[in-house]
Write a protein that binds this ligand. Structure first.
Ligand SMILES: [Zn+2]
Length: 308
């Protein structure tokens, strides 16, 4: 077995095969579930963010949502930064929203979930005539933080940026980031669907599709982590990557793959490592060291993925 095969086997072993929704009553993670049922309205002192799972651009891949739900209890936080809907899909977008909301509701019983919109999720226009994802209000009604929300989790501040389609919504994002900069905690995380300009996380193999405004905001505020998506091919193309470091800021885009198991980034803030898993292999980055390319292949399971 080559090293990619080994890493893929590692992923299967660690995060498990795609599964039906877990039976929480029989789950060894039941105690953690209890914690998060309380967590929707109570931010307890123990509410620290250690293990984070990034999955993006699911585009109505319901089997992938099943898989996320099955592994979610192993993470303190699951972030889904946009493109939940498949606008090219056979199902009407409003029907897709109803189904996605059901899945998100179930996922939120397994762990804390944060959701932002992507360009596929836009279902209406605001007063300025710019496209927005109005159904993020329905996500919020489930007790799940979404577009425009700021969440404090222990020593971590999370800012959830909506997709912006014009100058008014872009200004809303600018104001949101400026406001949250005054509330900074030890760690500041952003959800932002598009990766920044001139980053390997925005490279699709032919050109860069990064967001120039995000690059300026990263340079200005230097958040600790930006979780993005949007450019599905970036991690799989020469010159692209799932990880980037811009000053003090780590940027992650896990990409997108077919099949029942999504590509994902798992991150442990205490171990100081982020690992990317995909059908094409797995790689790891140390967050307390300068990024060096090529990123090393993940040849064995990180200890922090084993621990609960
Ligand atoms: Zn997408």
């Amino acid at each position: 077995m080559n090293r990619f095969g080994t890493a893929a086997a590692c992923l299967q072993k660690q995060l498990g095969p795609p599964a039906a929704p877990p039976d929480y009553a029989a789950s060894p993670f039941g105690s953690r579930r209890q914690r998060f049922l309380l967590g929707a309205t109570t931010v307890a002192a123990h509410d620290l963010v250690v293990k984070i799972l990034l999955v993006s651009d699911l585009h109505y891949a319901l089997k992938q949502l099943d898989w996320i739900t099955s592994v979610a209890p192993r993470f303190d936080l699951v972030v889904l930064p946009g493109d939940h809907i498949d606008i090219a899909g056979r199902l009407d977008g409003t029907v897709q929203v109803v189904v996605i909301l059901k899945y998100l509701k179930r996922l939120a019983l397994a762990t804390r979930v944060l959701v932002s919109s992507g360009n596929h999720d836009l279902d209406t226009r605001n007063a300025a005539g710019e496209k927005v994802a109005s159904w993020m209000q329905r996500v919020r009604a489930l007790g799940i933080a979404a577009d425009g929300d700021t969440v404090v989790l222990g020593d971590t501040l999370v800012t959830i940026c909506p997709w912006w389609d014009g100058p008014v919504t872009r200004q809303d994002v600018a104001a949101l980031l400026a406001r949250d900069a005054l509330k900074r905690k030890q760690r500041w995380i952003w959800l932002y669907h598009a990766p920044p300009a001139n980053s390997p996380t925005a490279w699709n193999g032919h050109r860069s599709f990064g967001d120039a405004d995000l690059k300026v905001w990263i340079d200005t505020y230097q958040p600790d982590i930006v979780f993005a998506g949007h450019i599905h091919e970036a991690p799989f193309k020469r010159g692209g990557s799932w990880a980037d470091q811009i000053g003090a800021t780590w940027v992650f885009n896990c990409g997108r793959q077919i099949g029942p198991v999504p590509t994902c980034v798992a991150l442990d803030t205490q171990a100081g490592e982020a690992a990317w898993f995909s059908l094409a292999g797995a790689e790891i980055a140390r967050l307390d060291q300068p990024l060096q390319r090529p990123l090393p292949a993940l040849l064995q399971e990180p200890a922090w993925l084993r621990s609960q």
